[in-house]
Design a binder for this molecule. Structure first.
Ligand SMILES: C[S@@+](CC[C@H](N)C(=O)[O-])C[C@H]1O[C@@H](n2cnc3c(N)ncnc32)[C@H](O)[C@@H]1O
Length: 356
């Protein structure tokens, strides 16, 4: 049995395994790591087996989760186990003990698929007995450096054991941020902007970076789900869209609705936020946002790149590369983040913050 963890195990939205696999292979190669991507369409996770018997921990550190686009969670992992339904626990205990791992908590997880959901009961039933056995063996401890053991169940007899580390993981089960839909918001897309803020703006900074009295532009605003979030934070919003805006939102007096083309509209003065949810070619959206940022028309931006094409990763690389290059050559310092959020479907969310 392998004693050294030789794999990364990464969770994603089912259907995006190929994108995540390409991303991880590219980024690992850039960092000087060879390996093999293992993935099945629709599984909701991707494995990357490191070549040359190098420990996967170092690669895990070299690819921080926050810098990955398509991964919801990132773990260092042991090889998957096929279990006998009569005794599922013994092989798990043996593998964990042989790995020498110690940790403070154990999470049972399932892929974000219908099959996965059906396994919730099994995971629950195994929680107590597994905890007590691993405590006895000294692996589950009170002081385990914040490390967490994850068991990803992809079938009743199929589990993969992984480890996560504080500071380089999602703290959410399955890496999924579930948000409550605000009843007064006019569209479900409202959750995409709220999730983007949770992802890119630390909670302690919301009071200063998402503050009352700030000014924002929402391009492609109708019916107003994203505008609702901005208004809810007390901002004044230019809502740019030919389509109708929600009447209750307009009644707040915080929204100016302009029936103009979001690709050519220019703000009257420097704004705090630009957000854009227009469905168009990613390169066209990128070029428009780039113009805003190079001219410093806003301090921060959140925008979506819609990805209906088969190969999404090269499209994301091209758009982010173009943006980074343009900002660098204009001498505009910025932090750029891009993530495939839980509430995103065939799209990714980009966040940019200009440094003063
Ligand atoms: C996905 S919807 C936006 C949903 C919105 N974020 C919400 O939460 O309610 C896209 C919107 O972009 C608008 N749109 C498309 N092309 C546009 C353009 N060139 N300028 C402004 N709006 C545009 C459409 O009219 C549509 O309302």
């Amino acid at each position: 049995m392998s004693r050294v963890a030789s794999e990364l195990l990464l969770y994603c939205r089912p259907g995006f395994e190929r994108d995540l696999g390409e991303e991880v292979a590219d980024k690992a190669a850039e960092a000087g790591w060879a390996g093999e991507v293992m993935q099945e369409a629709g599984d909701g996770f991707v494995r990357f087996r490191v070549a040359d018997e190098r420990p996967a921990n170092a690669l895990h550190r070299a690819l921080p989760l926050a810098a990955l686009v398509f991964a919801r969670q990132s773990l260092v992992a042991l090889p998957p186990l096929r279990l006998d339904r009569e005794d599922r626990l013994s092989p798990i205990i043996a593998q964990v003990v042989a790995s020498g791992w110690s940790f403070e908590s154990i999470w049972h997880e399932t892929p974000d698929t219908n099959d996965g959901k059906a396994l919730g009961g099994l995971a629950k039933a195994l929680t107590r007995p597994l905890e007590s056995l691993l405590k006895k063996r000294g692996a589950l401890r009170r002081k385990g450096g914040g490390r967490r053991l994850h068991l990803l169940w992809s079938a009743g007899d199929h589990v993969q054991v992984g480890m996560s580390f504080p500071g380089n993981r999602s703290e959410l089960p399955g890496g999924i941020r579930r948000l409550r839909f605000p009843q007064s918001a006019p569209s479900r897309s409202t959750l995409k902007l709220e999730e983007a803020w949770h992802e890119f703006v630390p909670r302690a900074e919301w009071e200063t970076r998402l503050a009352e009295g700030m000014q924002a532009a929402d391009l492609g605003a109708a019916p107003g789900g994203w505008t609702w979030q901005l208004v809810h934070r007390g901002m004044h919003v230019y809502a740019i869209d030919n389509g109708p805006m929600d009447k209750t939102l307009m009644a707040t007096g915080q929204v100016e609705h302009l029936r103009e083309d979001g690709f050519v509209w220019e703000p009257p003065n420097r704004l705090d936020w630009l957000v854009c949810d227009i469905v168009d070619k990613p390169s066209r959206v990128e070029a428009m946002v780039e113009r805003w940022l190079v001219r410093r028309w806003c301090r921060e931006a959140v925008f979506n790149l819609k990805l209906p094409m088969k190969r999404r990763w090269p499209e994301v690389v091209a758009c982010l590369g173009k943006l980074e290059g343009a900002l660098a050559s204009a001498g505009v310092a910025a932090e750029i983040g891009c993530r495939h959020l839980y509430h995103d479907r065939e799209e990714v969310t980009v966040h940019v913050r200009l440094r003063d």
